[in-house]
Design a protein around this ligand. Structure first.
Ligand SMILES: *[C@@H]1O[C@H](CO)[C@@H](O)[C@H](O)[C@H]1NC(C)=O
Ligand SMILES: *[C@@H]1O[C@H](CO)[C@@H](O)[C@H](O)[C@H]1NC(C)=O
Ligand SMILES: *[C@@H]1O[C@H](CO)[C@@H](O)[C@H](O)[C@H]1NC(C)=O
Ligand SMILES: *[C@@H]1O[C@H](CO)[C@@H](O)[C@H](O)[C@H]1NC(C)=O
Length: 428
């Protein structure tokens, strides 16, 4: 408690005496053309020693890597790239400036709009909470609001259950989506909120089947502490905000998407608690990941599809992160490809095409991820979506959100319908 008080206090003093984004002054982000697996390995090998923050991993011939580096380590980093013959260029010269521009974008967008829709902006935790409360009271016959429990810092982590039969009809599959497991991935919560909006407030006749034939569990903010901290203090915060003095007196938080009990602490993680990829002292050390686990286990075997929404990069990823495939990989790929295809058909010119595939192969091998955990415990279709960054990556201007939420909803809708067909085949 004392530590938490001290940390909060330091944060206040800091905010009052310095520019909010000064911690990132002269940090730069570099685009790197990766030619092969050795290039990818080199970047990974430099990651810890040079304190790199990998914004995008890259894929030979498909995607460039994007890496943030501090001003102190930039020279060493760029020399290492040059020595190995890698082509690179500057994407962001000063991350602090870019974060300031991002805040200006948000302010300008807000003042230009009379009717602010919660899903076309970046709502704070309290706004999301009151939206969910409002949906529950406006649609009492369709919606049950559940409080899973408090986050580490005590914020209620809530989700909506949406159903025409109050989850009592076992012939219906359940679609479980969650968002904002990683704090800086701000575009993810609006996508979850827009899904709620389309199922309840703005349901269209052609989508009635999605409500009638499927039960929905929607958890818009898995990591509210991290999200609020990214709003108030550090825009690029990724982890939870848990303090564990046995682990570290210096650094706090755990990468929630490495904290699940599946091949825990094996690949794609760092043992140092200060790392952005610290998996935690043990699997499910974080209450936030425990709640996701508990939902998965409570509603098995009816959860037919789990969609863990992240950003950025335009990927639909499936299991397992160790590059092996589950037995129903052909069906998993079929649904993932259908999602990617419909979202691509609506894509903005600034967006990449969706890459659909095994997470270990098209992204990078990891362990302890939510999608792998869901697949292993028995969810037949488990995905991680990486939404578009449009070249702004984590700092997408809100003017893109109207489009992004609609495009992504189409992907969600198609995956829900296909997953339902497979569910009927399995059970009827
Ligand atoms: C569904 O049933 C539960 C348990 O009986 C109840 O608490 C909840 O209010 C119901 N929700 C709706 C939407 O009817
Ligand atoms: C820290 O370690 C002590 C002694 O092993 C243990 O009793 C305590 O539960 C640990 N605290 C946490 C937060 O893990
Ligand atoms: C994670 O693995 C590393 C390397 O094997 C080991 O040193 C470390 O103690 C492990 N951490 C935990 C929390 O198990
Ligand atoms: C990859 O992970 C899955 C799920 O944990 C496991 O069943 C499989 O044996 C693993 N494959 C290898 C090669 O480790």
């Amino acid at each position: 408690m004392l530590l938490r008080f001290l940390l909060t206090c330091c944060a206040c003093v800091y905010a009052a005496t310095a520019g909010k984004h000064d911690a990132y002054r002269s940090y730069s982000v570099h685009t790197i053309q990766v030619r092969n697996a050795d290039d990818l390995q080199l970047i990974q090998d430099l990651q810890f020693d040079l304190d790199l923050d990998i914004w995008q991993y890259g894929m030979a011939g498909q995607r460039d890597a994007e890496v943030m580096v501090s001003p102190e380590k930039a020279r060493e980093f760029l020399s290492a790239l040059d020595e190995n013959g890698l082509t690179h260029s500057i994407l962001i010269a000063d991350v602090a400036k870019s974060l300031e521009d991002h805040e200006d974008d948000i302010a300008a967008y807000r003042s230009s709009r009379k009717n602010r829709m919660i899903f076309s902006d970046y709502p704070r935790y309290a706004e999301v909470d009151s939206y969910m409360e409002r949906m529950a009271s406006t649609y009492p016959n369709l919606v049950t609001l559940v409080n899973a429990g408090p986050s580490f810092e005590g914020r209620a982590i809530k989700y909506l259950k949406i159903s025409t039969t109050n989850f009592t009809d076992a012939s219906k599959p359940i679609y479980f989506m969650d968002a904002m497991m990683h704090a800086r991935e701000w575009v993810t919560t609006p996508v979850a909120l827009y899904s709620i909006h389309r199922l309840l407030e703005n349901r269209r006749p052609e989508d009635q089947d999605l409500l009638d034939d499927i039960d929905w569990i929607i958890l818009p903010i898995v990591n509210p502490d991290g999200y609020e901290f990214s709003q108030t203090d550090n825009r690029l915060w990724r982890k939870t905000r848990s303090v564990n003095l046995n682990v570290s007196t210096e650094c706090i938080g755990v990468d929630a998407n490495r904290n699940f009990d599946i091949e825990f602490n094996t690949t794609g993680v760092f043992t140092n608690p200060c790392s952005n990829l610290f998996p935690g002292p043990y699997a499910f050390s974080e209450v936030e990941t425990q709640y996701v686990r508990d939902i998965l286990l409570e509603y098995l075997p009816r959860i037919q599809l789990y969609n863990d929404i992240h950003s950025h990069g335009n990927y639909v990823l499936f299991c397992y992160a160790n590059k092996t495939l589950p037995p129903n990989a052909a069906h998993i790929h079929h649904i993932g490809a259908a999602m990617g295809a419909i979202m691509d058909s609506m894509k903005l010119p600034q967006a990449r095409f969706y890459l659909v595939g095994n997470s270990g192969l098209v992204l990078y091998p990891t362990s302890g991820s939510a999608d792998d955990y869901a697949q292993v415990v028995g969810v037949p279709f488990s995905y991680t979506m990486e939404l578009p960054g449009y070249g702004y990556e984590f700092m997408v201007p809100p003017s893109y959100m109207d489009h992004m939420v609609k495009e992504t909803w189409e992907g969600i809708a198609v995956s829900a319908r296909l997953a339902r067909i497979h569910y009927r085949r399995r059970f009827n």
